[in-house]
Design a protein around this ligand. Structure first.
Ligand code: HEM
Length: 138
């Protein structure tokens, strides 16, 4: 039961975080073409005002629930070395943790990312993470 609840928390929190990145990259980036610079920055600021209330917390929930899930799922390393599942899960967790650290530093400590500064980078990582999280079970 605990596993089920935390698994669901993981799924919903990554929906919220990933959903924001999809919306921002696929749709909001387009309205720049329809508005002048001042209007665009106002619209974006309104949007981000509400994003900031929810999305960073979702990212933290995604990382914390992910750490619980990996502690249950990873399993022992056999003498033959890491299984394909463990390798893919390890890469997925590394990318997820990277996003988590990056997001927390940026939002809660005001430290901007050193590399890959735009929202396109986390968007691409989320797409890769979703692929890995399905591929690892096959
Ligand atoms: C923002 C970052 C993350 C995203 C977008 C993400 C996304 C996902 C998705 C889509 C699934 C598949 C759920 C399913 O098919 O039922 C999943 C499962 C999983 N995630 Fe994450 N995740 C993130 C961060 C993390 C982190 C940081 C860890 C570990 C440290 C982690 C560990 C896991 C594990 C172990 C599973 C398998 C759970 C299971 O199916 O029983 N995730 N994740």
């Amino acid at each position: 039961m605990t596993y089920l609840i935390i698994h669901l928390l993981h799924i919903f929190s990554v929906f919220i975080y990933g959903g924001f990145l999809f919306t921002d990259n696929l749709f909001l980036s387009r309205i720049k073409n329809d508005l002048n610079a001042e209007e665009h920055s106002r619209v974006r600021e309104y949007f981000m005002k509400y994003v900031r209330q929810v999305v960073p917390k979702s990212l933290i929930v995604a990382v914390l629930s992910g750490i619980y899930l990996i502690s249950v799922n990873f399993g022992p390393i056999s003498e033959a070395g890491l299984s394909n599942f463990q390798i893919l899960l390890g890469i997925k967790a590394f990318l997820g943790l990277w996003l988590g650290v990056r997001g927390v530093l940026q939002v809660f400590f005001g430290i901007q990312p050193l590399v890959f500064k735009s929202h396109t980078f986390p968007f691409i990582l989320v797409v890769i993470i979703i692929f890995l999280s399905q591929l690892m079970f096959s």
